[in-house]
Structure formats: C-alpha cells, structure tokens
Design a protein around this ligand. Structure first.
Ligand code: ATP
Length: 312
C-alpha cells in the first residue's frame, strides 16, 4: 500500500484526480460534492511515450464504483495506450495508479483479479476452444455456480453458445469480441476497461453490451471504455477526452459521443434479459490456482483476450 493516510484523507475530501481536473476549469459533475469513498480507479500525473515519442502527459483519471466513463479522442491520441497502462499491461513513465485504494503497478495478482480489460483486438490461446477458455477462467477463479450460470446465459444472449466447442480462431471478429466480453464480464470485476468494445459487434449485440455495462455499474463496478460512438442506451457519468497529449474531463451532456444523452447518472436502459439459459458450462468450478492463469483472474481474461499479438 503506497497511498498514505494523508493522501487518503485528502482524496476523501475531494482532492484527488477528479477535483484536480475541476480546478483546471473542466466540466463540473453532478456529484462534485466531496465523497466518502475512495475511487475504484484513481490515476494521477501519468505520462507515457514510445521511445522519444511522447504520447500524453500529466493525465489524471478517476472513476468511482458504479460510474461509467467514456474515453474519447481522435485516432492516435493514445486511448489504447492509456487503457493498457491502467490495466497494468504497460508502465507509465511517471505518475501513480491506485485501484481500490492500493497502488497498482500491474504486478499485484489480488488487484489484477479485480480488473477486466478487453483489448481492441482480443487474442486467444490457439489450443483452447471457446468453451475451454471460459472454463479455464471459471476454474482459475473457483467460480460459484451462479457465475457459471451467468457465463452461460451471456453466451446464449450473444448467440455464441452453440459455437463454443470451436476454436476462437474459427470465429468471426464479432464472435471473438463477444467471447472476450463474456470472459471479461462474467466474473463481475470491480474495474472494467474496454477498448472500442463495439467495433465488430452487430446492432443487437451493441444493445446487449450496453445493458451488460449498465448492469456491471449497478453492481458497483467502475467502467471505462474508449469509443468513437455512443454505446446504445448508455449515458456516461463522465467523459474523458484525450487529444494533443492531454486528457480533459468534458461535460457529459455536451459530449458528441455521448450524443447529449440524458446526462450524468442516467445510464438506465432497463434490465438485462439474458433468459434462463441452460445450466452452466461443462464441468464444475475447479481447483486450478489463479496463479496458473497468466495475467491473473479477471486479468487472464485480459491476457487471454489480450493484445491481439501472441495468441490465435
Ligand atoms: N507499439 C508502439 N510503438 C510505437 N508507437 C506506438 C505503439 N503503439 C502505438 N503507438 C503510437 O502511439 C500513439 C497512440 O496510439 P494509440 O493506439 O494509443 O491511439 P488511440 O487513441 O487508441 O488510436 P485509435 O483511436 O486509432 O485506436 C500513436 O501515435 C501510435 O502511432
């Protein structure tokens, strides 16, 4: 734990990344009043560059439990890079990332368990079927029956359950994205990071994802997703816009991406209707240690559905 008591007290009084942004004249939020709880995600003073190329500087991001944030900005602004840093996949050159009140450098397995990151091009293991990917994560987490059932309902709702004995390499882009989303969301992580999650999804799947994101927020997760278009039915609580190497909090009402949607706190497009679904994945929640899952738990999700590079 690196955040000391003084820092924590200051943040509880609203002196963290959120209020810093407001001090700099950016958009006020509906919940500007000092808050009792610590943010789920509190990153401040982040800077990053590839080699001598600076990507962004002095970036502050904060999200509280139940909040949905959009990360917007032009191509090449550094959204993917920022999400990878927040997920612990890459290290910023400076600054600090706290998750659930603990300093996070990407190495803490306990924190990684609480984070799900869906990369813009999810990658999968070549030698595991879709079903085996799901089971691998469920077993690594010693998932309860309820989680197993939820995973199955999500697969059904996305329309890919019947294909789960195939390898993801035989899936279409949209099907791989759906599988990645199920893996990421089924464990109910506390922090959900998604990089342009709607990219290859069809309209129905986008609507379903909107509902799943809302459900995750209602369950207390903080959700940050990069996007060029609004997620159907989801009005963000906060919009962070990244451009010219700087991150600014902009008014969620005015955000082009948010479409001037009904404003902060208005992410309410009704309940998810996943249906009863059949009874769970193959096999019982298992005994495999989470440590055997590269990247951690909601994190293997992240690793398994990762960077579009080293897997299938
Ligand atoms: N592995 C890398 N090595 C060197 N430069 C990189 C690397 N990855 C990204 N960049 C550069 O960093 C900058 C930010 O890229 P990034 O992918 O984070 O942007 P983005 O906002 O996600 O873009 P988009 O909206 O197109 O997905 C770009 O100038 C890009 O060329």
């Amino acid at each position: 734990m690196v955040v000391d008591a003084g820092d924590k007290a200051a943040k509880a009084e609203g002196v963290g990344a959120r209020s810093e942004a407001l001090e700099h004249g950016d958009a006020p939020r509906a919940d500007d009043a000092p808050r009792d709880e610590l943010p789920v995600l509190d990153a401040y003073g982040l800077s990053f560059g590839y080699g001598s190329e600076r990507v962004w500087d002095q970036v502050d991001v904060a999200l509280y439990a139940g909040e949905i944030g959009y990360l917007t900005g032009p191509n090449g602004a550094g959204k993917t890079t920022l999400l990878k840093c927040l997920a612990g996949w890459m290290s910023p050159r400076s600054g600090q990332i706290d998750v659930l009140g603990e300093r996070f450098t990407g190495r803490s397995r306990a924190i990684r368990r609480q984070i799900a990151f869906v990369a813009d091009v999810p990658a999968f293991y070549e030698d595991l079927t879709a079903r085996e990917h799901i089971d691998f994560v469920l077993r690594a987490n010693r998932a309860e029956r309820e989680v197993v059932d939820r995973a199955e309902r999500m697969l059904e709702a996305f329309g890919i359950a019947e294909f789960c004995n195939a390898y993801p390499s035989a899936f279409s882009r949209g099907m791989r994205q759906k599988l990645a989303l199920v893996i990421a969301l089924m464990m109910k992580p506390k922090l959900v990071l998604m990089d342009e999650p709607t990219g290859p999804l069809d309209p129905d799947a986008r609507v379903l994802l909107g509902k799943l994101v809302q459900e995750a927020a209602r369950d207390g997760a903080a959700v940050l997703l990069s996007c060029h278009h609004e997620l159907p039915g989801v009005a963000p609580d906060v919009v962070y816009d990244l451009r010219d190497g700087r991150l600014r909090e902009v008014d969620a009402h005015d955000s082009v991406v948010a479409g001037g949607a009904s404003g902060p706190g208005a992410h309410d497009a009704g309940p998810v209707e996943l249906g009863a679904g059949p009874d769970g994945c193959d096999g019982e929640p298992g005994t495999r240690d989470a440590g055997s899952c590269p990247g951690g738990v909601a994190g293997p999700c992240a690793t398994a559905v990762g960077d579009g590079g080293s897997h299938a």
